[in-house]
Design a protein around this ligand. Structure first.
Ligand code: Z5A
Length: 228
């Protein structure tokens, strides 16, 4: 008897939450500054705003972040995480983040602004490391089950973004230490996701000054709120 081959799952769109917004982009794109500008814009409406980040956003997820990014953790044991290990740790942190931070905040009516979310896994582990997008989609469906309704992608060339962060840290973290080619693939993966989901993504030209990028992000937020 031939073995039963599981049929591929049809991809079902995930539910979005109207108060869940994410920021994405490569290194030095300016997400931290923009997150603060968006936060101020939302706070002006006198509503609760929870700013969070990935990997991280809960005590346990922050511990996983340390495992993922510490440039020395793997060297000490002469063992770098495989691409699959990296992906699964990202999703382990995300599973905790969604359940402990994001969903409780959304359920009590707060806005949630996250510096990175699942799109980062598609870009870095999918585009950068070459892992199968179908596998990532399956993890997203089973482990996360939720998408932001607005994603601002701050787009800047790899050389310019890396130049901005050069010399910032004594040691670059494990992913920052990757070569430019890796980050070119990350950027291409982001842009292709934005192309495929124009309703959710707004791409912002992050080559402009920090002030202009923040203004543009707040403008996009207002425009999206007006049309939502
Ligand atoms: N990662 C992953 O692989 N898979 C996943 O699923 C997730 C994450 C969730 C997280 O580290 C790493 O994890 C990240 C992806 C990976 N790896 N990388 N590389 P992080 O959060 O610490 O790394 P980051 O998000 O790349 O941080 P960043 O480099 O600091 O980027 P940023 O937050 O967008 O930039 P910033 O802190 O706002 O600005 C950086 C510097 O640039 C700062 O000195 C600013 O003054 C300057 N800057 C920013 N914007 C401008 C403009 N417009 N002009 C001039 N200078 C600017």
């Amino acid at each position: 008897m031939s073995p039963r081959i599981p049929r591929p799952q049809r991809s079902v769109p995930l539910p979005t939450h109207p108060r869940f917004i994410t920021l994405e982009g490569g290194e030095g794109a300016g997400k931290t500054t923009v997150l603060n500008a968006l936060r101020d814009a939302l706070l002006a409406g006198d509503e609760e705003v929870v700013s969070t980040r990935e990997p991280g956003g809960t005590p346990l997820a922050e511990l996983i972040r340390g495992l993922l990014l510490n440039p020395h953790a793997d060297r000490a044991r002469h063992e770098a995480p495989s691409a699959e290990t990296e992906l699964l740790l990202m999703f382990a942190a995300r599973a905790q983040h969604v359940r402990e931070t994001i969903l409780p905040a959304l359920e009590r009516g707060a806005w949630v602004l996250s510096d990175r979310f699942t799109d980062s896994s598609y870009a870095y582990q999918g585009g950068g490391r070459g892992l199968d997008a179908g596998f990532i989609a399956e993890l997203e469906r089973r482990v996360v089950g939720l998408q932001p309704s607005l994603t601002l992608l701050l787009d800047v060339g790899v050389a310019q973004g890396r130049e901005r962060t050069r010399g910032r840290d004594l040691y670059p973290d494990r992913i920052e230490a990757e070569r430019d080619e890796f980050f070119e693939r990350v950027r291409a993966a982001y842009l292709s996701r934005a192309d495929a989901e124009p309703r959710r993504f707004r791409v912002i030209d992050a080559t402009q000054t920090v002030e202009r990028v923040s203004e543009e992000a707040v403008h996009q937020l207002r425009d999206w709120q007006a049309g939502a």
